[in-house]
Write a protein that binds this ligand. Sequence first.
Ligand SMILES: O=P(O)(O)OC[C@H]1O[C@H](OP(=O)(O)OP(=O)(O)O)[C@H](O)[C@@H]1O
Ligand SMILES: Nc1ncnc2[nH]cnc12
Length: 168
Amino acid sequence: MTDWTALIRDVPDYPKPGILFKDITPLLADHAAFTQVVDELGDGLAFDKVVGIEARGFILAAPVAYRSGAGFVPVRKEGKLPSETYEASYDLEYGSATIEVHADAFEPGDRVLIVDDVLATGGTARAAVELVRRTGAQVVAVSFLMELSFLSGRDRLPGLEVRTLLTV
Ligand SMILES: O=P(O)(O)OC[C@H]1O[C@H](OP(=O)(O)OP(=O)(O)O)[C@H](O)[C@@H]1O
Ligand SMILES: Nc1ncnc2[nH]cnc12
């Protein structure tokens, strides 16, 4: 894949002092970069549903589902899903959060690809994996646009295929 790192903007001290925020909006605005990234996130993997994690994960996961003929399932921040949910709480680089998935989002035996923009500490992805597994579905891989390798998020996803397209 082309190295699109130049389209990731570094924003110091956002959202808190000491955090170097990786802003993906320049990459999203570039058609060639955006489409290649969407193509690569699911390439060669077999799955029935794509999970996108609110909010930036939605931007990437929905087109991955569309292009691969899979369904899309949102994992949302707490209180946003209207029906019965499972929830998981976790810490991330600049705070903590709770995410939820609809308890009936998957068919028994569904193979699930989880997609998000950034793998940092891995807290968010770990919680999403737990949610999918609680429903009885199977996580086949976790794909990210970008990995912040100094935070070792991969270590929180043992035994899983972890795909990252850019590493910083
Ligand atoms: O690996 P971690 O340390 O868990 O961090 C990665 C998560 O942080 C960001 O989400 P954020 O909660 O900022 O939400 P947003 O997508 O709504 O901006 C990013 O989109 C990932 O989901
Ligand atoms: N440094 C960072 N930049 C962008 N998104 C993030 N999510 C967690 N850490 C992040």
